[in-house]
Design a protein around this ligand. Sequence first.
Ligand code: PGA
Ligand code: MG
Length: 228
Amino acid sequence: MQALLFDLDGTLAHTAPDLADGINAMLASFSRAPLSEALLATMIGSGSKMLVQRALQHAGDELPEPAQLERAHHRFLQHYRAGFCRRSQCYPHVPETLQALREQGLPLAVVTNKPEQFVAPLLKYLKLDEYFSVLIGGDTLACKKPDALPLLHACEAMNVSPEQSLMVGDSITDILAARAAGMPIAAVTFGYNHGEPVSLQHPDFLIDHFPEILDIPSLSNRFSRRAK
Ligand SMILES: O=C(O)COP(=O)(O)O
Ligand SMILES: [Mg+2]
């Protein structure tokens, strides 16, 4: 194993509370009733515009016109920019696990569908910024996950091969992107995945607790080899 690529929302951090507040502030500004945080969490993972579209549709709108969706997305971004660092939290033991991986000399990347403008500030707020050498957001490149491009781009930036890297994510979007990139995929079971068990997508590894990443065979071999 040469490198690890991490999804952000639902994998490194529980960000649904701040995303839900941003969506509900947007809905309120269009005189729509709020949606529950649990429901909104099932809409996360395909980028912010898709989150806004799903929320509008759930709030009773038809498929919004492109101009209307643009307006709502812009409004959401304004609200989220003001509040994306209020209630978001790392999942348990994320910093220690990233630290252990870094100590093994493994380069780490974040490959998220979250708009790029939020990625570095959110990682800084979570005190995770020091661990990653590459950050790719949903609008950094021409395509986002489930396209392979952002994963391949991250591997290229770290000078590693996709086959010898590991994607860690929480949703089918991450699994499809990893498969398209020819990369093994470990799926965390505590994230969002549209309200469905991520095990249904048959990832290569299932992670119930974040530190279990260190037990993944090619990583644990590496750990025991180094420990000798
Ligand atoms: O913005 C989203 O929809 C989620 O982003 P993720 O790729 O980090 O899960
Ligand atoms: Mg995710």
